[in-house]
Each structure stands twice: as structure tokens, then as C-alpha cells.
Design a protein around this ligand. Structure first.
Ligand SMILES: Nc1nc2c(c(=O)[nH]1)N[C@H]1C(S)=C(S)[C@@H](COP(=O)(O)OP(=O)(O)OC[C@H]3O[C@@H](n4cnc5c(=O)[nH]c(N)nc54)[C@H](O)[C@@H]3O)O[C@H]1N2
Ligand SMILES: Nc1nc2c(c(=O)[nH]1)N[C@H]1C(S)=C(S)[C@@H](COP(=O)(O)OP(=O)(O)OC[C@H]3O[C@@H](n4cnc5c(=O)[nH]c(N)nc54)[C@H](O)[C@@H]3O)O[C@H]1N2
Ligand SMILES: [Mo]
Length: 769
């Protein structure tokens, strides 16, 4: 089919890529201009102004971008960042994908388009069905869609032959009802984006301190005197964190970045909302950049612990917080024995850092009175991610740096409500207490067996054990590893259902029958049940607050996620079901009343969430130094040291985000901070590696990943046509964008204990094209 100019606008050729060298500062005026420009492109000037003014305001909506909290008390009139504005523009766009679009484009044609093109077509407006053997999606009524799903679900041999995915934008109310529907149906198969994201943090922290969430608040960060930021790129992914870091620095904090890349936002930040951010050079954020080798962090944390122990030996009573260790911790002696045996030469080899740098960092830890460690995907998406996070936590525990102001652990979450969804029970391994509370409240019998996480769900589909796959948001096909395996797996399902705001590849790689159910997003006005409904979310620091969308929805057919869950529940369970689905749909306050009775910490939910800044959920280690672990204390966990030597002629590749995307949603083709324009198929390598491997910058290569499977066979996977870009990454390391590189990540290469795909350490070789 011939393509109109508008249709080809979002396709590109790698010859368009321009590389201009990385930037050493983030935000500033270009950030303001880009956010306004993207807004006006997608929704026109008036809607842009109206929308951005409501973003992150008390009477507005929560930014659908990242999970970074609002600063309590004093919100600025423009409490958003460039990338938050892009996330909003993407959702509040006035472009539409309706029945005519699907009539024009056969699925086969859409399969040939890029994620970028698909995302740019606009908001979904009608429920659509792809019938077995059909070439096109066609419209379907909501009631027929619900009946179709209900029939398929009822026809399964067992409820465990269905899997229900959740991405992290779903509100607390929708997530609570969704898990209630799934458990009423009879399964815990609830893979979610968290499985690919901060699962390692949750697993590590639960064992170490008894709760899988961070222990600090924004004021803690502002008053810390030492902040370590490991494996995180806040300039792009959590830009509002930079203003908090700026404040911490003004209060005298030292910031140490631990990252293989000199990320722009970590080096310098120009707050676009302040005068000195508009003129001048901006503020240096990181005092030190520890340019660590990929996967070297566990070695760093263990090496630092060893240096701390040695300093304590030299000057007893000056380094360890003995009182804290005696009263609140378990396992210190075994941990100390293990750490004393760590070989510092291994630490230097693993990290690639000079010993003096590591010693300097140890000294900073020793003199600090209030230390915080922040981290994100650079730590979690590794085979030894759980161990690394536990070793970082132990470093803090040694010095009593938890449960006091200005100190603690800070896993910086991704999706804006990923933490809340987990609190609401989106979890394949729910605790008995939660299930028992559901049973009591609703008179159902929630299943007790553990369900599938994301990787297990793909295996189950691959092996023909799943008949129905449903997704509440997200883009499962593109976000998960091993694209070819995952696509084949999804195609084996009888039915795939996507509840979505925008078109993506997961609508095109489907089961025999497929449904697209269009839903409201965070910015849309929700008039379900004929009244103005509000929803709630929980940010990265356990603050629960309201979000009310104000924009006219993309079309009269589009329903809220709550209404979609309730509609499906009615079709599946009939009118006699003990859960009051109709009442919940009519008034979300009723959902919150139920949540208050089921989920700990939500007493008086409806009242407290209407306070100006919402309320903070309990966090025993932070609030009272209470650690609900199996020992009843904070645990020092002994973890064998793991790091990543680079095999001869190979590189260790990390897959990461550009400045112009939100996960699989591509906003544009520029990575301004890394100096790349007009394309995404680039691979960043050290210039000496490029030469040593026999290439030149600008060459086009295929990336071939090598993975030794459990039966010792070496499997190869290929991602074609990347341009080599010389970049200051450590020798032996490389970086390229996700999701283009997901075909390289083996399904079975997962983090120990958290089962998170290892997206930050793929062994590759380069092959000339
Ligand atoms: N604009 C925007 N905002 C987002 C997102 C987005 O796509 N776009 N995604 C959201 C989501 S879901 C998430 S989870 C977060 C992700 O936020 P980040 O974790 O910041 O995202 P990544 O781009 O994966 O960046 C990983 C960082 O870790 C570094 N790194 C890689 N490997 C290692 C390592 O072995 N050790 C160390 N120390 N560092 C390493 C990389 O160089 C990079 O700076 O952002 C959220 N916010
Ligand atoms: N190689 C590699 N793979 C990775 C990662 C990596 O760093 N490297 N990161 C991993 C991480 S951290 C994460 S969190 C996952 C992300 O995985 P997902 O959460 O599955 O992916 P997203 O790209 O965020 O999903 C985007 C889609 O969500 C839908 N959507 C957006 N807003 C809403 C809403 O309000 N309601 C509904 N119903 N739908 C909505 C839109 O249709 C959009 O196309 O990817 C993981 N995959
Ligand atoms: Mo994430």
C-alpha cells in the first residue's frame, strides 16, 4: 500500500543519524523549548498551556512520567520537567486512531512500522477486535468484547491457564479491582513491569530490612550530607530529582555518581525554572563521578565495606555504629568475616576504578553523618542485582544510616504508580495476610499458589500452558526480553487482550483472537458513573495522593480502567458475585473504602488522601527502626562477589533509555544529552575498543549476543544495523537503546532470586555489515 507523506514522517534511515559529542549539562532553556514544542505539536497551544499548568498541582493530575515525588508543602506553579511534559503531550495529543485507521491499515502493514510511528498515530478511541484469520482489526461493542473474554476464560482448563499483565501507570483503584477480578477468577498469574524493573530492589530490601520500599523522603535527601547515585540517569529519567539534589548541594551535601557513563544530568544541571538555570552554566551536581565498569558495583560496595572495617580496626569506635548493630541488626559477624576476605585487587579489576578513588569514597562514607544511596536500573538489571543492593544496604547498616533523618535507601522507581500497584496486590507472590484480608472482605477464596512473573509467563506461553493473555497497559512484546521467543509465545495464545491508550507492537503480535480496549489516561477527565471521579497513586517515597485528569477524553467510547475491569467482571461472574462491582464503578470512594479495610496503612483513606499533600504510608525501618524480617532485625546478608570480566574480542552491552523515549514509547529520535540526532540504532563504545576490534566510528555493524545456556550450548541472537559511536564508556563496555536491543537479551538470563531479565549485561560481538 502506498504511504502518504504523513505516514512516512516517523520512519527514518540510519544515514540520517548525526553525532555531535556528548553534553555535560542537562535541562536549561532547550528543555523548556522542547517541552513546549512537543506539546504544541501534539495538542495545540491552548490545550498545552491548560494541561501543563495542571501537571503535579494539588488540584491537577499526577505526572504520568516517572515516580519521583512532588516536594511537599510548596509546589511551584510549573512542577514538571521536559520529559514529564513530553509524557503528557504524548497522552494529551489530539491525534486519533479509530476504526477508519484500522480499516486503512492491515495488521501486516502495521507490523512493518516502527514503535515510533505506531505511537505517533494518536489515541485509541474504539474497542477493536482481530478475529481468527482476519487481516484487519474491526470495531466491536464493549459488551461483546467482555463476553468474548469471559467465554475464553471460562473455557480454559484451569484459571492458571490465563496470565494478566500490569504496567505501572494503572491507578491504585484500578489495580486493586484488577487483582480482585483476577483472584476471584482463581489465579495469581500477575506478571508486571516491576518484574523487569525494581524487583531486585524489592527482593533485596525485604530480606535485609523487612520492606521492599525506599526509606527516605524528599526532605531527607535535601538534608543528607552524602548522596551516592548508582546506576541511575536522573537527568533523563527523573529530571525533577535534580532540583532536589541542587538543594541538597546548597545545604552542603556531597554527591557521588557511580555510572559507566558521564551522564549529562549528573554532571551539570540548569534548572529551567530558575533564573540562573536560564543564564549561566548551571550547577554541578556530582562532586565525583566513579566511572565504574558495568556490573562492578557489588565489588565496589564490598570493597568499601572492607575499607570501613579496616578503618574501624585502626580507630575502634569511630566508624561502626555499634549501638545500632547491637540493637537492630543480625548477621554482622558472619558478614564482617566474609568482607574481610574480599581481595582489593579483585575490586579494582571489577570496577576499573583506581584504589585511591575507592579509598576517597570510603573516607567520604566514614565522615558522613547522613548518607543516602539512590539507585535504579544500573543495579537491578544484573545477575547479581539483588546481591549488589544488599551490599549497598549493608554499607548503610554498618553506620546506622537508616531510620534517621537524612539517611537511608532510595530505590528510584520507574512508572508513576508501579509502587502503588504492588501495594494494591499486583504481585504473583502475594503474602497470606493480604489474601486472607481479601477473603474476609469480599467472601471470595483467593488462590494461594504462587503465579507467574513476566519471564515465567513468557515460558508458559511458549510451552502452550497459557490460553488467554491480558495486559492492563504497557507494551509486553517490546518491553520483555528475547523478542523472537516472546513473539512466538504470544502467538500461541487463543486470545490476547490489551487495555491501552496508544497503539504499540503488542497490538500486532497477537493470539488467534485479539482485542484492543481503549482506556482513559491520567490526564483525561473521568466521568464514570456520571460523576467526576478521582484516582490515587503512590510515589517512590510511599506518599499516596490524588490525581484528577481535566482534559476532554479522546472519544465517547473510551472507558476508565476501573470501568473496564468492572465490565469484564460482570460478564465473567454474572450478577450474583459477592464483590459489589456496580457500586465500585459508580463511585471510586467505595473502592477506597474497601482498600482501607484490606491494605495496611490505608485507614481513613478517603479523608486522608484529600489532604493537600496526601499521606505517607508506614515504613517501619524509617519510622521506628523496626525490621519485620525473619530474624526480627535488619539482616546483614552474605553474598558471594560477582562481577563481569570481558571475554576476549567481546563487549558487555547495557541496554538503556535515550533522552527522547518513555520505555517503548519513542518521543523522538534525538538523544540531546548524548549528542545523537535523528536515529536510535547506535552503539556507544570506547574509541580504543572500536579500533582494537578493527572498526572505525561511524561503521555499521550487527550486534550478536552470545549466551551459554544451561546445557552448555552457546546461543546467538542478532540485532541488525547499528552505527558505532565513540563514547566515553569504560573499555570493554558498550551501550545501546532499549527496546531495539531486546532481541539480544536471552529469556533465561535473569537476576538470581528476583528473576529480572539481565538487560544491563549482554555479552556481544560486533559483526561488520
Ligand atoms: N523520560 C523517561 N523517564 C523515565 C523512563 C523513560 O523511559 N523515559 N522510564 C521510567 C522507568 S520504567 C524506569 S525503571 C526509570 C529508569 O531509570 P534509569 O535506571 O536511570 O534508566 P536507564 O536508561 O536504564 O539507565 C540506567 C543507568 O544506569 C547506568 N548503568 C548501566 N549499567 C550499570 C552498572 O553496571 N553499574 C552502574 N553503576 N551503572 C550502570 C547507565 O549508564 C544509565 O545511566 O526511569 C523512569 N523514567
Ligand atoms: N532491554 C531492556 N528492556 C527493558 C528495560 C531496559 O532497561 N532494557 N526496562 C524494563 C523496565 S524498567 C520496564 S518498567 C518495562 C516497561 O514495560 P511496559 O510498562 O510494558 O512498557 P511501556 O513502554 O511503558 O508501555 C507503553 C504503553 O502503555 C500504554 N499506556 C500508557 N499509559 C497508559 C494508561 O494510563 N493506561 C493504559 N491502560 N495503558 C497505558 C500505551 O498504550 C503505551 O503504548 O520495560 C523493561 N524492559
Ligand atoms: Mo521501570
Amino acid at each position: 500500500m502506498p504511504r502518504t507523506p504523513d505516514e512516512t514522517r516517523y520512519e527514518f534511515d540510519e544515514s540520517d543519524v548525526v553525532v555531535s559529542g556528548e553534553k555535560d549539562r542537562a535541562a536549561g532553556v532547550p528543555a523548556v523549548l522542547v517541552s513546549l514544542q512537543r506539546g504544541v505539536e501534539q495538542m495545540g497551544a491552548v490545550r498545552t498551556a491548560r494541561t501543563l499548568l495542571r501537571l503535579n498541582q494539588r488540584h491537577g493530575f499526577d505526572c504520568p512520567g516517572c515516580a519521583w515525588p512532588e516536594t511537599p508543602g510548596h509546589r511551584k506553579h510549573a512542577e514538571f520537567c521536559e520529559n514529564g511534559a513530553k509524557a503528557v503531550a504524548e497522552e494529551a495529543t489530539v491525534r486519533r486512531v479509530g476504526p477508519e485507521f484500522f480499516a486503512r491499515h492491515p495488521v501486516a502493514d502495521l507490523l512493518g512500522r516502527t514503535e515510533y510511528w505506531l505511537g505517533q498515530q494518536g489515541r485509541l478511541t474504539h474497542p477493536m477486535v482481530l478475529r481468527p484469520g482476519a487481516t484487519h482489526y474491526e470495531p466491536i461493542s464493549w459488551e461483546s468484547a467482555f463476553d468474548l473474554i469471559a467465554d475464553e476464560l471460562r473455557g480454559l482448563d484451569s484459571p492458571d491457564a490465563a496470565a494478566f499483565y500490569t504496567s505501572g501507570r494503572t491507578s491504585n483503584e484500578a489495580a486493586f479491582l484488577y487483582q480482585l477480578l483476577i483472584r476471584s477468577f482463581g489465579t495469581n498469574n500477575m506478571p508486571d513491569c516491576s518484574n523487569m524493573c525494581h524487583e531486585s530492589s524489592g527482593t533485596a530490601l525485604t530480606e535485609s530490612i523487612g520492606i521492599g520500599k525506599g526509606s527516605v523522603s524528599v526532605p531527607d535527601l535535601e538534608h543528607a550530607d552524602l548522596i551516592l547515585i548508582a546506576g541511575q540517569n536522573p537527568g533523563t529519567n527523573h529530571p525533577r530529582m535534580l532540583s532536589v539534589l541542587e538543594k541538597a548541594k546548597a545545604n552542603g551535601a556531597r554527591v557521588i555518581a557511580i555510572n559507566p557513563l558521564p551522564e549529562a544530568g549528573l554532571l551539570r544541571f540548569k534548572d529551567p525554572q530558575k533564573v540562573h538555570g536560564v543564564v549561566g552554566d548551571g550547577v554541578a551536581i556530582a562532586d565525583d563521578l566513579l566511572q565504574i565498569r558495568i556490573g562492578g558495583d557489588q565489588a565496589l560496595f564490598q570493597g568499601l565495606a572492607k575499607l570501613l572495617l579496616e578503618a574501624e580496626d585502626r580507630h575502634p569506635g569511630t566508624v561502626l555504629d555499634r549501638d545500632f548493630l547491637d540493637r537492630h541488626c543480625a548477621g554482622f559477624d558472619a558478614y564482617a568475616d566474609h568482607i574481610r576476605a574480599v581481595d582489593l585487587e579483585t575490586v579494582v579489576a571489577a570496577t576499573g576504578l583506581p584504589i585511591e578513588t575507592i579509598q576517597g569514597t570510603a573516607q567520604a562514607l566514614i565522615t558522613s553523618e547522613r548518607t543516602i544511596v539512590c539507585w535504579a536500573m544500573g543495579l537491578t538489571q544484573h545477575t547479581h542485582g539483588v546481591a549488589t543492593i544488599q551490599d549497598a544496604t549493608s554499607l548503610l547498616l554498618m553506620r546506622g544510616m537508616i531510620g534517621k533523618p537524612g539517611a537511608g535507601v532510595c530505590p528510584v522507581r520507574g512508572h508513576s504508580n508501579v509502587q502503588g500497584d504492588r501495594t494494591m496486590g499486583i504481585w504473583e507472590k502475594p503474602p497470606e495476610s493480604f489474601l486472607a484480608a481479601l477473603d474476609t472482605e469480599f467472601g471470595i477464596h483467593a488462590p494461594r499458589g504462587h503465579g507467574y512473573d513476566a519471564v515465567e509467563a513468557i515460558r508458559a506461553m511458549r510451552d502452550g500452558r497459557i490460553g488467554v493473555f491480558m495486559a492492563m497497559g504497557g507494551n509486553f512484546v517490546s518491553a520483555t526480553p528475547d523478542t523472537e521467543v516472546t513473539e512466538t509465545a504470544l502467538r500461541r495464545c487463543a486470545l490476547t487482550v490489551q487495555v491501552s491508550t496508544k497503539l504499540n507492537r503488542s497490538h500486532l503480535v497477537t493470539g488467534r483472537t485479539a482485542l484492543i480496549l481503549p482506556s482513559l489516561g491520567r490526564t483525561d477527565k473521568d466521568l464514570t458513573g456520571g460523576r467526576k471521579q478521582v484516582v490515587t497513586v503512590e510515589d517512590s517515597m510511599s506518599v499516596v495522593h490524588l490525581s484528577r485528569g481535566g482534559l476532554k477524553p479522546p472519544g465517547p467510547q473510551v472507558r476508565s480502567e476501573v470501568a473496564i475491569v468492572c465490565g469484564l467482571a460482570r460478564a465473567l461472574f454474572g450478577p450474583q458475585h459477592p464483590v459489589p462491582w456496580d457500586e465500585f464503578e459508580a463511585d471510586y470512594d467505595r473502592i477506597r473504602d474497601a482498600i482501607a479495610r484490606v491494605v495496611p496503612g490505608f485507614t481513613d483513606f478517603n479523608t486522608r488522601v484529600r489532604r493537600p499533600d496526601g499521606f505517607v504510608l508506614p515504613h517501619p525501618p524509617r519510622d521506628e527502626r523496626r525490621f519485620a524480617t525473619h530474624t526480627g532485625k535488619a539482616n546483614f546478608v552474605v553474598n558471594d562477589l560477582h562481577w563481569l570480566p570481558v571475554p576476549e574480542g567481546r563487549l558487555i552491552l547495557q541496554t538503556l533509555r535515550s533522552h527522547d523515549q518513555y520505555n517503548t514509547t519513542i518521543y523522538g529520535l534525538d538523544d540531546r544529552y548524548r549528542g545523537v540526532k535523528g536515529g536510535r540504532r547506535v552503539v556507544f563504545c570506547h574509541p580504543d575498543d572500536i579500533t582494537a576490534l578493527g572498526f572505525a566510528a561511524g561503521d555499521r555493524v550487527d550486534l550478536i549476543s552470545e549466551w551459554t545456556a544451561t546445557d552448555d550450548t552457546v546461543e546467538e541472537r542478532t540485532a541488525e544495523d547499528f552505527m558505532l559511536v565513540a563514547y566515553p564508556t569504560p573499555r570493554g563496555n558498550a551501550a545501546a537503546y532499549y527496546p531495539e536491543t531486546n532481541p539480544l537479551v536471552p529469556l533465561d538470563h535473569v537476576a538470581r532470586r528476583s528473576n529480572t531479565p539481565v538487560s544491563k549485561a549482554v555479552t556481544i560481538r560486533l559483526q561488520r555489515r
